[in-house]
Design a protein around this ligand. Sequence first.
Ligand code: GLN
Length: 472
Amino acid sequence: MKKRGKVVSFIEDLKNGATDPYAYVERALEEASRKDPVLNIFITMKSEVPDKLVNGKLAGVPIAVKDNIVTKGLRTTCASRILENFVPQYSATIVKILEREGAVIIGKTNMDEFAMGALGTTSAFGPTLNPINTKLSPGGSSSGSAAAVASGVVDLALGSDTGGSIRLPAAWTGIFGLKPTYGAVSRFGLISYADSMDQIGPMSSNASDLAYLFSIISSFDPLDPTSSHNPWGNRIEEIASKEPDFDLLRKLKLKIPRELLNHPQAEEYVIEEFWRKISTLEKEGAQVEEISEPILLKVPQVYYVIAFSEASSNLARFDGVRYGSRIAELEDNDWDSYYMMNRSLFGWEVKRRIMLGAFILSKGYYEMYYSLALKARAVIKRKIESHLKDGSLIATPGSLISPLPINYDATDLSKLNAIDAPLMIANLGGFPALTVPTGSVSGTPTSMQFVGPSWSEDKLLSLAKVMEEMFT
Ligand code: GLN
């Protein structure tokens, strides 16, 4: 095996007494303090090495955590002014798991405000820059988590993915990212954006560590009513340490949605590079079939109607009474003004989405937009399921376009639509989806995305290991 997991190797060395248990964390903190001033990776950073390390599967392993996952005693802002001073009184289940296994959270990463965005530029704390080229966006909304991994600060990070927010930044920074099956990772303590699609997932510099982290964080949580037991036993952990299984390629069936590859905004070199990689996989035994599903071009529209609606409801709790900073005084029992003043702390993108969501859910428009979107969601899910039921995976480029400039005007939705269409399929259907880097063209990272049926992460992660060996 050419590529060994860095975390997996560290843990092995630690067991054999071959490494200083503090070395990994110390190095990460040092790198973080060097890279953060340039890239703006973290909103809140730790500077001290902990006095005592907990013994576990991630003992002494540094990790970066997206700032929409609550951490007891450690500020959690969602990159919003409204939560600028919010210090949670409890930790998300996922954070408890990490701590129980000895991981060291070295900081809370920058992101689009409330995970709304694709470029990392709606953060109230300023944008994160792409470590590959600081004039470019690293992709969002898990922009800081991707930059933390891609810049070499850490090998593991947690992101969240409602409509591509793990996979787009993974594609644009050249790292690995997995959006798990809905219900595979606890959402207890993940601050909701659109909770029927939100999922926490791992991001990593390499395929083995991606699988290793996923094996640890995927478990049933009674505190999350949408959580499920997974069917894998030890399989995912074994994938992390095993040799890549090239036999997989001879059993691999890939379906490629024609309409997505012909997207009017897709860049030519991206599509050419994608087909080159597909033909290499084909030579190794994979079966490839093009499929036609015009409805997939409507995926972003369906997603946004649902996401805005859920967001307008989920973000109602930030009113300065239940949650959020209180900047107004209540005068003459005028609760409306009080509420509006406090909520003026939201940034423009969040306000836009709350207002549109409230409109969509209002009487009359509910039936016209929201109910219709739910029906379309069910149709899209069924169509994708019918393509996946013979054991196929859907393959697309990780992004149909190159990373956009950091100062890109995000009100121009044409390009953003091209980013969203391939990625949001997985969120609408609850399917797992993986983005793997496949090298670069003139310094720009290229990638592939694979969508599988629910609970096919074992297959996706095995494929990630094979792809890593072949293409990076
Ligand atoms: N770009 C998408 C949005 O703005 C995805 C966000 C996400 O996955 N959190 O909704």
